[in-house]
Design a protein around this ligand. Structure first.
Ligand SMILES: *[C@@H]1O[C@H](CO)[C@@H](O)[C@H](O)[C@H]1NC(C)=O
Ligand SMILES: *[C@@H]1O[C@H](CO)[C@@H](O)[C@H](O)[C@H]1NC(C)=O
Ligand SMILES: *[C@@H]1O[C@H](CO)[C@@H](O)[C@H](O)[C@H]1NC(C)=O
Length: 258
């Protein structure tokens, strides 16, 4: 799908379920209209699907809600045009403004800080949320701090950090501080679904972490990408009208299905 993708091509491919979701969404352009600038000659921007629905009066605000369910659930997710689906969220939606910081401001960019076990691994920085990225990518220095805190070793077959069962038992909460809110990933949310290890070239008994290296140091103006593995745990809302993104817990936020 064509929400802005900031994916690092060297990281693992999307899981089959992700691919299925992407394919079923076809070539809908869901990112901000600015992103399509220059892609078609003589037209300044290609209005996105959401913008078109809005300008045609089919939805009352240019908002898109995206729900992904984890691998254990047969429903792969749900797009809601013009708002969000209240039936799948379990808390109050909180929004954060699209950041001014370049180049995150060209995407669904916003600011967050990240802590692991209460210790800062990435200070308040701009980055993006991206449905087209599988993993959670963070600046190299933040990733190295996470790696040493978890004890993960880089696994050549998958390109992911691999941890032992005892390191898994010792995993701490990974927290994303966005605006006034904190969005926690419990240990089980930080690992790749073990039933899908085969899909990334992993071995069935291993445990892999879904946090990976964005490929450059922090301070770039795009220091993280919260991809699909984050969005499986938190519903996300892309609000063009008010230039903001929203996140909210679902019944899968603390799921231990991985
Ligand atoms: C967002 O983070 C960037 C660093 O990536 C910083 O320069 C900017 O001031 C921050 N903006 C806000 C509103 O905190
Ligand atoms: C993994 O890849 C690195 C870098 O290419 C190499 O130095 C290392 O020997 C490889 N490890 C294994 C176990 O193959
Ligand atoms: C997830 O579990 C933590 C405790 O580990 C709890 O504080 C939090 O409220 C739970 N979140 C949801 C959405 O259930």
């Amino acid at each position: 799908m064509a929400l802005p993708s900031t994916s690092n091509p060297s990281v693992s491919p999307p899981s089959p379920r992700v691919l299925a979701a992407l394919v079923s969404m076809g070539s809908l352009v869901l990112g901000p209209a600015d992103l399509t600038q220059g892609t078609i000659s003589n037209v300044d921007t290609v209005p996105t699907v959401v913008d078109n629905l809005y300008s045609q009066g089919m939805i009352s605000s240019a908002v898109l809600g995206i729900y992904f369910a984890p691998a254990s659930d047969s429903n792969s997710g749900k797009l809601t045009f013009g708002g969000y689906d209240p039936s799948v969220i379990t808390s109050t939606v909180h929004y954060t403004p699209i950041t001014d910081t370049s180049s995150s401001n060209l995407f669904w960019g916003y600011n967050q800080s990240i802590t692991y076990g209460g210790k800062t691994i990435l200070p308040n920085s701009a980055g993006t949320v991206d449905t087209g990225t599988t993993l959670i990518l963070i600046a190299t220095d933040a990733f190295q701090t996470y790696q040493s805190a978890t004890g993960g070793v880089m696994d050549n077959a998958t390109g992911l950090l691999r941890i032992t069962p005892s390191q898994y038992n010792n995993l701490q909460t990974l927290s994303f501080h966005i605006g006034t809110q904190t969005y926690d990933l419990i240990p089980n949310a930080q690992i790749w679904p073990r039933s899908l290890n085969y899909a990334i070239g992993g071995s069935s008994g291993s445990i892999y972490l879904v946090v990976n290296d964005i490929g450059y140091p922090s301070g770039s103006g795009m220091d993280f990408t919260n991809g699909y593995t984050f969005l499986e745990r938190y519903y996300s809302i892309y609000d063009t009208t008010n230039a903001r993104v929203g996140f909210v817990a679902t019944r899968y936020t603390n799921s231990t299905s991985n």
